[in-house]
Design a protein around this ligand. Structure first.
Ligand code: PEP
Length: 254
């Protein structure tokens, strides 16, 4: 049983990893695992790098596993060399896009205001926006976690967001790819705080799924996924192996 009545979402962020061969092997394996337990009460989403989205869409046909991307531009088209527009992602078979991941905030200087314009573009294109927030280690050490999360949430979510197409991922930066995780109590405090903000801002804020992300593995998934107000996971490294990713899905559903 998960901590709330919302159906868990397990989303895999492949980051800048993969190849045609890995995409084929991983998604063939994951589809087979899902096919053996189609009734497992968990939604699965995979977010490969942009060049592999079309291949992934073909491989996922009929699998019940959704496809997402890792970023989009705020504009629907135009002179933006190297960028990818939200309608293009929808055209390639995506139903969701990750936005404001801490690696993009750090590597590309994305502000929350910028993330909100991208999220608006995603919603306008019919995609679900998965908006990431989270504090750095220094921010945590000075006791600023809730302030940072509040400010990022308030700045990154468009005013017309709806529960069906807005997901928030709490990802402490210091937990991403490090093997470190907050305690379940610490996660509970942040998720309760985010839930209260979303309920205050949106009439359907109680229905918005709140993911935890940061070193989620099959071994810790059941514990983290049972924290109150945790409605799934955003998974990096462990999403690159079908068995590992599926193990997290089992932990979330169990
Ligand atoms: C992520 O990249 O969103 C992430 C949570 O990574 P990892 O699971 O590897 O910590």
């Amino acid at each position: 049983m998960t901590s709330s009545r919302l159906r868990p979402l397990i989303a895999g962020n492949w980051k800048m990893n993969g190849s045609r061969a890995l995409t084929t092997e991983l998604l063939t394996g994951l589809s087979a695992l899902r096919g053996k337990q189609p009734d497992l009460a968990v939604d699965l989403l995979v977010c490969p790098p942009a060049p592999y989205l079309t291949l992934a869409a073909q491989l996922l046909q009929g699998s019940g596993i959704a496809l997402g991307a890792q970023d989009c531009h705020a504009k629907a088209s135009g002179a933006h060399t190297g960028d990818v527009a939200a309608p293009m992602l929808a055209d390639c078979g995506c139903s969701a896009v990750i936005l404001g991941h801490s690696e993009r905030r750090a590597d590309h200087g994305e502000s929350s205001e910028h993330v909100a314009t991208k999220a608006k573009a995603a919603l306008d294109a019919g995609l679900t926006a998965i908006v990431c927030v989270g504090e750095t280690e220094a921010e945590r050490d000075r006791g600023a976690t809730l302030d940072i999360v509040s400010a990022q949430l308030e700045g990154s979510i468009p005013a017309d967001a709806e529960a069906g197409r807005l997901v928030v991922a709490y990802e402490p930066v210091w937990a991403i790819g490090t093997g470190k995780t907050p305690t379940p109590d610490d996660v509970a405090v942040v998720h309760a705080h985010m839930r209260s903000l979303l309920k205050a801002w949106f009439k359907d804020g109680a229905e918005m799924r709140l993911l935890y992300g940061g070193s989620v593995k099959a071994a810790n998934a059941a514990t983290l996924m049972h924290v109150p107000e945790v409605n799934g996971a955003l998974v990096g490294g462990a999403s690159l192996k079908a068995d590992d990713f599926w193990g997290i899905a089992l932990g979330a559903a169990g």
